[in-house]
Design a protein around this ligand. Structure first.
Ligand SMILES: *[C@@H]1O[C@H](CO)[C@@H](O)[C@H](O)[C@H]1NC(C)=O
Ligand SMILES: *[C@@H]1O[C@H](CO)[C@@H](O)[C@H](O)[C@H]1NC(C)=O
Ligand SMILES: *[C@@H]1O[C@H](CO)[C@@H](O)[C@H](O)[C@H]1NC(C)=O
Ligand SMILES: *[C@@H]1O[C@H](CO)[C@@H](O)[C@H](O)[C@H]1NC(C)=O
Ligand SMILES: *[C@@H]1O[C@H](CO)[C@@H](O)[C@H](O)[C@H]1NC(C)=O
Length: 385
């Protein structure tokens, strides 16, 4: 079995060779000083943050190291999450298995340097394992399998804190009788009548997803209605939903791509039309084919859909699909189309693959635990010519 995997990997690698010529030389970062790479966040069009075990690296599009900051983590906690909160603040999130997760805030000093702002802050009343922590504006979310809890960030001149709210998305909130199994959360802003909203998509293992509309007031998201995107009617009831990205959304319709748990190695993109809170219609638009099961959330950049796939040996393949997903409106109807990847990037075994798009149709991906490489989307560019 293992031999088969290695053989198929070599075949895939050699198929990808043609595009390797369009990659820059990889850059190796000091493993002892930074630790293994874990995750990343885009800070601006020209800067990215890479979360490593010991430090956060700030790099530019050419992968030059601009600066780095240390992570004041305790020996027992793992820091797995990084997200941008505003134009000059990003957070790192850590947790110890089964205990309270906490956040560290970093504020920009100038375009290239950041420094820690305030102290480590624990999420109040959450002393359990979380799947992920994420935030947008002054709202933070802890994602657990049975609930998503909303918190509020409170800022002062020299410090910050996390305040509890009344908002918990659990089976009662979604009006379900059976227990739910949340796997991820995705969000995207939209505006209507000069007001700003966020559409939240709470991915559920067997059902598909719940949608939640939230209104933004004083940079805080207030949920005001919800409904179910029931996928087993459109796909087989054996399909299990892993995570999602919203391509575009209005109040009444969204285009959403889902990665699935090991489902014959094809992921799906749907159009959801929110007819009423009790009726959401689904159209299956795109299927993304690939050689292995997807791993982690899909990522988007303009027309591009990126899906990371991984085998049991932790070798990874980043598949890039060229799809033109229309802006969400009620009128357009699409027929189901299956897509093969247009560009593919492979990596040897690593615990936490890093992969993101950069302007100019470039991809940055990690090879092994402390090397980054920037590559052209060569086949995509040829298709666009
Ligand atoms: C960043 O990129 C987006 C999309 O390409 C563009 O609309 C925006 O103006 C850019 N922002 C800056 C500060 O360059
Ligand atoms: C979380 O619970 C553990 C025991 O399960 C306890 O030792 C720890 O102090 C608690 N942490 C917080 C921040 O409440
Ligand atoms: C940004 O701030 C750092 C740290 O204070 C400093 O070393 C660096 O020179 C500054 N860069 C610019 C462009 O001002
Ligand atoms: C809940 O979802 C996780 C994936 O996040 C899965 O591994 C687990 O088996 C699911 N549990 C149930 C009871 O379906
Ligand atoms: C969205 O749907 C509601 C209810 O059907 C309707 O009143 C509203 O006009 C629709 N909004 C848009 C932007 O289509």
């Amino acid at each position: 079995m293992i031999l088969l995997y290695i053989l198929s990997f070599i075949v895939i690698l050699s198929k990808a060779q043609e595009s390797l010529a369009f990659c820059d030389e990889y850059i190796e970062f000091d493993l002892d000083y930074f630790g293994k790479f874990i995750s990343n966040a885009k800070l601006s069009n020209s800067t990215d943050a890479i979360l490593a075990e010991k430090r956060v690296l700030i790099i530019d599009q050419e992968l030059n190291l601009l600066s780095s900051v240390s992570i004041p983590k305790t020996q027992t906690h793992d820091c797995l999450w990084i997200f941008k909160q505003s134009s000059d603040v990003f957070f790192v999130g850590c947790q110890k298995n089964g205990e309270a997760p906490y956040l560290i805030a970093y504020k920009s000093i100038n375009e290239t340097h950041y420094s820690q702002f305030g102290n480590i802050v624990y999420f109040p009343n959450i002393n359990e394992t979380v799947i992920r922590v994420i935030g947008v504006q002054n709202t933070l979310f802890t994602i657990q399998s049975k609930k998503v809890t909303l918190f509020t960030l409170v800022w002062s001149a020299s410090d910050w804190s996390i305040k509890t709210t009344q908002n918990v998305f659990d089976k009662n909130y979604f009006a379900r009788t059976a227990e739910i199994n949340i796997t991820d959360l995705a969000f995207e802003p939209y505006s209507q009548d000069n007001l700003q909203y966020y559409k939240l998509i709470v991915v559920e293992f067997k059902l598909g997803a719940f949608w939640v509309d939230t209104l933004v007031k004083n940079n805080i998201l207030s949920p005001f209605r919800t409904g179910l995107i029931y996928m087993p009617n459109e796909f087989s009831s054996n399909v299990q939903y892993n995570s999602a990205v919203i391509h575009s959304t209005t109040q009444n319709a969204s285009y959403i791509s889902f990665t699935l748990f090991d489902n014959g190695y094809a992921d799906v993109s749907i159009k959801a039309v929110y007819v009423t809170t009790s009726t959401t219609t689904i159209t299956n638009n795109y299927n993304y084919k690939g050689p292995w099961a997807s791993w982690g959330p899909p990522i988007k950049f303009g027309n591009l859909q990126g899906i990371l796939r991984r085998n049991t040996l932790k070798q990874s393949i980043f598949n890039v699909y060229n799809i033109v997903i229309p802006v969400a409106q009620n009128e357009n109807t699409l027929t189901v189309t299956s897509y093969d990847p247009v560009d593919t990037f492979t990596s040897p075994p690593q615990d936490y693959p890093i992969y993101y798009f950069n302007p100019g149709y470039r991809v940055v991906h990690s090879i092994e635990n402390n090397k980054l490489q920037s590559c052209d989307l060569y086949n995509y560019k040829i298709q666009m010519e």
